[in-house]
Design a protein around this ligand. Structure first.
Ligand code: AMP
Ligand code: MN
Ligand code: MN
Ligand code: MN
Length: 293
């Protein structure tokens, strides 16, 4: 039977990370895990890179797993880092790939600065250590530095690293200018995709600031809000599905899975969207890579 792509109950997981950014599983291993966990539509959404896309889409095809192209773009808005998930775009699009190349270009220098700040706190070698987890200096993230600090026994958990060092205002944090919101949304939509505001509860915004973010996001062509996500607490799901409806935005769902040892929510394990939601996948049906029959 044909899949009903407008079904709000579809086990879609449209937010996940691989070794192409700060996840610990390869795109192929993620595809297998998604399949095993009953995911019915998957997107790999690495931070600021499409490097994992070819492997993700071919692994999904080999497993008969419907797939959407994905990315999570780092944006600076109101002096905060905001994440925009892009889904269903043309992964060969020049403006998008160039925009992402620019966006991740600063990661290596920023990581060096974070390592210097940590050295002042008595933690030497964080650059070299983080690189061993990342492989590629272009995709170095705070998550890689955190893994290193745990590996050397300086902190007991990734969470502890963020609580002591790597969050805004703490000694290892280095402010960074990411892409502009209109650019990121524009790259995604011009490449034929849909832009989704990722995990809106995580930005430490007051009501006015959140409204300014959503207004700007919509004005520049953003169409969805990630409501049910591993980066929200369960009590936040209903609030953000209601917000999506109230704003006339589509609702999205994704685990934000990074690693079996680190992520609380596994691929495909979140509750469904409520019947009142318009799922983002309903308007992406034509962009889904479906297995050939
Ligand atoms: P970056 O893009 O380098 O700023 O790194 C951001 C990434 O760090 C996020 O995508 C998460 O993977 C991870 N991260 C951020 N905050 C936390 C936290 N409190 N606990 C665990 N991981 C976090
Ligand atoms: Mn991450
Ligand atoms: Mn994010
Ligand atoms: Mn993410």
């Amino acid at each position: 039977m044909a899949i009903d792509w407008s079904d709000h109950r579809l086990n879609a997981d449209l937010h996940s990370h691989s070794t192409a950014s700060d996840g610990t599983l390869t795109p192929g291993a993620l595809a297998e895990r998604a399949r095993r966990n009953g995911v019915a539509l998957w997107a790999l959404t690495d931070h600021d890179t499409l490097d994992g896309q070819p492997a993700a889409s071919s692994a999904a095809a080999a497993l008969d797993l419907p797939y959407l192209t994905g990315v999570e773009i780092s944006v600076t808005f109101l002096e905060r880092t905001i994440h925009i998930v892009g889904l269903g775009f043309d992964a060969q699009d020049r403006a998008l790939t160039e925009g992402l190349r620019h966006t991740r270009a600063g990661r290596s220098r920023r990581a060096r600065q974070m390592a210097e700040a940590l050295a002042e706190e008595g933690i030497a070698g964080a650059w070299e250590g983080a690189l061993r987890f990342a492989g590629n200096p272009e995709t170095l993230s705070r998550a890689h530095i955190a893994r290193h600090l745990v590996a050397i026994g300086h902190c007991g958990s990734i969470q502890e690293v963020f609580q002591r060092y790597l969050t805004d205002g703490l000694p290892g944090f280095v402010p960074h200018q990411w892409a502009a919101l209109p650019d990121a949304v524009g790259w995604i939509t011009a490449a034929g995709g849909v832009a989704v505001l990722a995990h809106p509860a995580r930005y430490d915004l007051n009501a006015l600031q959140q409204q300014a973010l959503i207004d700007a996001f919509k004005r520049h062509g953003g169409q969805g809000i990630e409501a049910i996500t591993g980066s929200h607490r369960p009590h936040e799901y209903a609030k953000y599905t209601a917000l999506a409806s109230a704003e006339g935005l589509l609702a999205s769902r994704g685990s934000d899975f990074h690693s079996p040892g680190e992520s609380h929510v596994d691929l495909g394990q979140l509750p469904s969207l409520p019947a009142s939601s318009l799922p983002v996948w309903a308007c992406l049906a034509g962009r889904i890579q479906v297995p050939a029959r």
